[in-house]
Design a protein around this ligand. Structure first.
Ligand code: PGA
Length: 264
């Protein structure tokens, strides 16, 4: 963590809690976040629960993300949802290019870049995901793959005045119980910040880089202790208020005492 960036803890509910149980969880977390003044907390329910969760969180510091967005603004795209619709449903954020969408829905770097652009156009804050597979890591290609994925959208985020988030999620760590060690995560986060910094120092310092992949209450603190890890994108552990709350508390506890930024 670094004193210039507020920690961001985002929960990716994936295809879970799309109804009343999601709204109840949102309500619990909305209360919990009031005791964590230095942490920004976001949840990404399924589409079917977005508006109800947004309503539940109204007036609290818990913010809502979608898990995906379509690149076009409107039209004949059966089954798709636009950025403007997400804003109307109460979203402020959107997860873009999650590895499950790259893997199961054919999202390429180009499509991810289009979606980052569409999100910003709609005034949504993208959480753009990048990550290498186990074969790429074992082939010593991690940084090459992550650089290609980041370069696909770097000009778009540089041109925007909205501070976006990037989530580094090694594919082999998602849902597997295996996490990157703090130094493995820090190495990739520092590389990403370096590529951002070659654009502008402002881009490097304003972009929050989250780690994702089997983040739990018991490994969060060590990950957050790294200088370039600004928070987490949490899957499984975000479905339970106690464990997601414990991860957010680990971030709050590490906020440098000098940190005085007010909530966004
Ligand atoms: P996980 O998922 O925490 O269950 O590994 C993370 C993610 O896919 O964003």
């Amino acid at each position: 963590m670094n004193e210039t960036r507020r920690p961001l803890i985002a929960g990716n509910w994936k295809m879970n809690r799309g109804g009343a149980s999601g709204v109840a969880l949102a309500g619990e977390l909305a209360k919990l976040v009031s005791s964590l003044p230095h942490v920004d907390m976001v949840i990404a329910p399924p589409y079917t629960a977005l508006a109800a969760c947004a309503h539940e969180c109204d007036g609290t510091r818990l913010e809502i993300a979608a898990q995906n967005v379509h690149a076009q603004q409107s039209g004949a795209f059966t089954g798709e949802i636009s950025g403007a619709m997400l804003v109307e449903a109460g979203c402020r954020w959107v997860i873009v290019g999650h590895s499950e969408r790259r893997q199961y829905s054919g999202e390429t770097d180009e499509i991810v870049a289009e979606k980052v652009e569409a999100s910003l156009r709609a005034r949504l804050v993208p959480i753009a995901c990048v990550g290498e597979t186990i074969a790429e890591r074992e082939g010593d290609r991690t940084l090459e793959v992550i650089e290609r994925q980041v370069r696909a959208f770097i000009d778009i985020i540089d041109a925007s005045d909205v501070p976006v988030a990037i989530a580094y999620e090694p594919v082999w760590a998602i849902g597997t119980g295996r996490t990157a060690g703090p130094s493995e995560a820090q190495e990739v986060h520092a590389a990403i910040r370096g590529w951002l910094g070659r654009k502008t120092t402002a881009l490097a310092s304003r972009t929050r880089i989250l780690y994702g992949g089997s983040v739990k209450a018991d490994n969060a603190r060590a990950l957050f202790a790294s200088a370039d890890v600004d928070g987490a994108l949490v899957g499984g552990a975000s479905l339970d208020a106690a464990s997601f709350g414990a991860i957010a508390r680990a971030a709050e506890a590490l906020v440098p005492r000098a940190h005085s930024n007010e909530p966004a």
